[in-house]
Write a protein that binds this ligand. Structure first.
Ligand code: CA2
Length: 148
């Protein structure tokens, strides 16, 4: 039997995690977050393989969703600022049809008004919002117990 695969997508500027604005985004780097998810997924029963993609470019993320999304059991996605306006990202997620869990490190509802609306939310299976970088692990634990 082939191992289940989870696609983890991070959008623009999330490569800066742990280097700036620790008051909002914490002091953990994206590399640390991904390494933590990989270790947890590998230890799970049954295990899962993490395919992680970060890009500052909308089209690269659309390509990654098209390339890996259909094979994945679930997509854990923090679209970054693209959450608020990228119909292309939303259409890519809809097209592959794989359930998506939307993660936001900060509480977007408690920030500027332009962050309150996500165009991804309505097509997401669920969301984790405002729980810091722990949101990625919480999303993963849900996925490990929910998606084959
Ligand atoms: O809270 C989140 O996870 C966001 O998706 C983060 C995006 C923001 O545009 C969304 O409204 C909410 C921004 C990511 C920027 O990440 C940085 C990390 C460290 C330093 C600077 C930016």
């Amino acid at each position: 039997m082939t191992q289940r695969e989870f696609l983890v997508i991070n959008g623009p500027n999330l490569n800066l995690l742990g280097t700036r604005e620790p008051g909002i985004y914490g002091s953990t780097t994206l590399a640390d977050i991904i390494a933590g998810l990989e270790a947890r997924a590998a230890d799970a029963s049954p295990p899962a393989r993490i395919v992680a993609v970060q890009s500052n470019h909308e089209g690269v993320l659309v390509d990654a969703i098209q390339e890996h999304g259909r094979r994945a059991s679930v997509i854990i996605i923090n679209p970054g600022a693209l959450s608020h306006y990228s119909i292309a990202l939303r259409d890519a997620l809809t097209a592959v049809g794989t359930p998506a869990i939307e993660v936001h490190i900060s509480n977007i509802h408690a920030r500027e008004e332009f962050r309150h609306h996500s165009v991804i939310s309505a097509i997401a299976h669920g969301q984790v919002v405002g729980l810091g970088v722990d949101g990625y692990r919480l999303a993963l634990d849900y996925c490990l117990s929910t998606f084959e």
